[in-house]
Ligand binder design. Structure first.
Ligand code: MN
Length: 147
């Protein structure tokens, strides 16, 4: 059997291209995406590796599907719901359904994390003006979020 075990070194894997985080947009910064396991019907899930360079961030968004995240490189912070969390290696982060979330690489090292999602998932929703105002009124969240 081919490709049972794959690894190039560091956070790179054979047959796993380093992709743009999303097709387009200015609502994220300095983040790459690698699809480690594309799942398929027998698994039903997809495992991705995201890496954010220092100063970068993921999109501030929410959606019906959930994220199960594990940090495997560096440190940073994330918003989940109305709270900012400091995150570091081996931390597990659960992003519930329809919950605002954003990851930021807030230290001089990249922030890398695995993210498990259902294969069938809805499109993320970005905050409208009213959502932004609500988030900005929360302690710490206002200064944290990047739009
Ligand atoms: Mn998301």
């Amino acid at each position: 059997m081919k490709n049972v075990v794959r690894h190039v070194g560091g956070h790179r894997w054979n047959g796993v291209p380093v992709l743009n985080y999303k097709e387009e947009g200015t609502h994220f910064k300095a983040i790459s995406r690698q699809i480690l396991f594309e799942g398929g019907p027998k698994l039903g899930a997809e495992l991705r590796y995201f890496e954010i360079e220092p100063g970068g961030h993921s999109t501030l968004e929410r959606h019906d599907h959930i994220h199960s995240v594990m940090v495997i490189r560096g440190r940073g912070h994330c918003l989940v719901g109305d709270t900012i969390y400091e995150i570091t290696g081996n931390d597990l982060i659960s992003v519930p359904t329809m919950t605002w979330h954003q990851f930021r690489a807030t230290t001089p090292e990249p922030l890398g994390f695995l993210c498990l999602v259902n294969i069938e998932r809805d499109r993320p929703e970005r905050p409208d003006e009213a959502n932004v105002a609500t988030l900005q009124a929360l302690p710490e969240v206002g200064e944290f979020i990047r739009l």
